[in-house]
Design a protein around this ligand. Structure first.
Ligand SMILES: [Mn+2]
Length: 385
């Protein structure tokens, strides 16, 4: 598939060069659609929403969407609902001086005309009600995950490309259409954005191992304007004491059944939440194992879990949706993921979070997750390490 796609693109490029026809590749088609819509929003205010914990792909994609609106005087604010937690992501935001607004009650939606969602499979947000009430229109939905089974988002502009391995790659393809000669090296804002996008692509593609042709093309466009030393600094691995303890917990609590390993890290603070996927990534490397699920109770409010697989048979999105099902509260799935290697889930503890006996809350969470998992894979409670 990858090779035929590559051939297809090469043909398009050579045809374009030989007779100067307009390149009708999906990137340019989508970009001209987006450009037309941005023109219509001239002077308006744009709220760009990041779902979940902001990661480099989401952060840089939001910056790029804001940048694309600048020629039309569209002011953008990047809003997220959780603080940046991963040490590497904190380094990204700090080193590049990126402005993210963390949602707080009383946030004034009346200041905005349009909103967009980037790098998320979910077209609904925790603030849909407020957005509707203030008449903020759904402008763009841009993502690289599998389309949400609930249907196509009702945004004015929708670009979902699950053949791209990063949203940053898709955003860069628009920027390349807008600025074919390259970004302005003399403009620090553009260098910051290029650096963030490159880091976004690198982090969502496992440093290009999982990259698609689009991600490689995007990287080659960005390359001259990237502050490469900054990326080196951002990607330098530092394990905090809390993370080390979480990995230890995950190792102690682990159980294996067939080729699946599952574990938990107990109670953790929101700021350390990213130790959960890191633990899953560690456990999935065990010999004879191809799938790992790790969860923890974050801020005593919800169960947060990460899923990683190298299995050819397992689709993380299907697995988590099938295993954990739908929340009766809002009718949405507790979890989801991509079709290849990763996924995650959040289960609110609701009234259980008021409960004083934390040990009992933990035991209940453990039972629920374990039972759901074993039921789903059709196994009795026999487990080994
Ligand atoms: Mn992504």
């Amino acid at each position: 598939m990858a090779i035929s796609k590559l051939e297809g693109s090469l043909t398009t490029i050579s045809e374009g060069q030989s007779d100067n026809r307009i390149d009708l590749s999906s990137s340019s088609r989508e970009y001209y659609k987006l450009k037309g819509l941005l023109e219509k929003e001239r002077g308006n205010s744009h709220l760009i929403i990041l779902q979940g914990t902001p990661d480099p792909d989401a952060i840089s994609s939001a910056m790029a969407l804001g940048f694309l609106g600048m020629p039309y005087g569209i002011e953008a604010t990047v809003l997220c609902f959780m603080a940046v937690s991963h040490q590497e992501n904190r380094a990204l935001v700090k080193k590049l001086g990126i402005k993210l607004t963390v949602y707080e009650q009383g946030f004034d939606f009346a200041n905005y005309d349009i909103y967009s969602i980037v790098d998320s499979q979910k077209p609904s947000t925790p603030v849909d009600k407020q957005l509707r009430e203030e008449g903020v229109r759904f402008f763009a939905f841009i993502d690289h995950h599998r389309p949400d089974p609930a249907g196509v988002p009702y945004a004015s502009f929708v670009d979902i490309r699950d053949d791209a391995a990063s949203t940053a790659g898709i955003m860069t393809s628009y920027i390349e259409q807008a600025y074919p000669a390259g970004l302005d090296l003399g403009d620090p804002e553009q260098v910051i954005m290029a650096t963030a996008l490159m880091h976004g692509i690198r982090s969502d593609t496992h440093k290009f191992i999982r990259a698609s042709l689009l991600d490689h093309q995007a990287a080659s466009y960005l390359f001259p304007s990237v502050a490469h030393q900054t990326i080196e600094l951002i990607e330098r691995k530092i394990l905090t004491a809390a993370m080390l303890e979480m990995l230890e917990q995950a190792l102690v609590n682990r159980k294996a059944i067939d080729n699946i390993i599952y574990s938990d890290v107990g109670f953790v603070r929101a700021i350390d939440r990213d130790g959960i996927p890191q633990a899953a990534e560690l456990l999935v490397t065990r010999e004879g194992i191809d799938t790992a699920l790790v969860w923890g109770i974050v801020d005593e409010k919800f169960i947060d879990g990460s899923f990683r697989t190298r299995s050819e048979m397992i689709n993380p999105d299907e697995f988590l949706k099938g295993c954990l099902g739908i929340s009766p509260q809002n009718g949405e799935y507790y979890g989801g993921g991509n079709s290849r290697d990763k996924g995650g889930f959040q289960i609110p503890l609701g009234f259980l979070s008021q409960f004083d006996d934390k040990e009992q809350v933990y035991a209940m969470a453990k039972t629920i997750i374990e039972r759901s998992l074993l039921d789903y894979i059709g196994k009795a409670s026999e487990t080994d390490r």
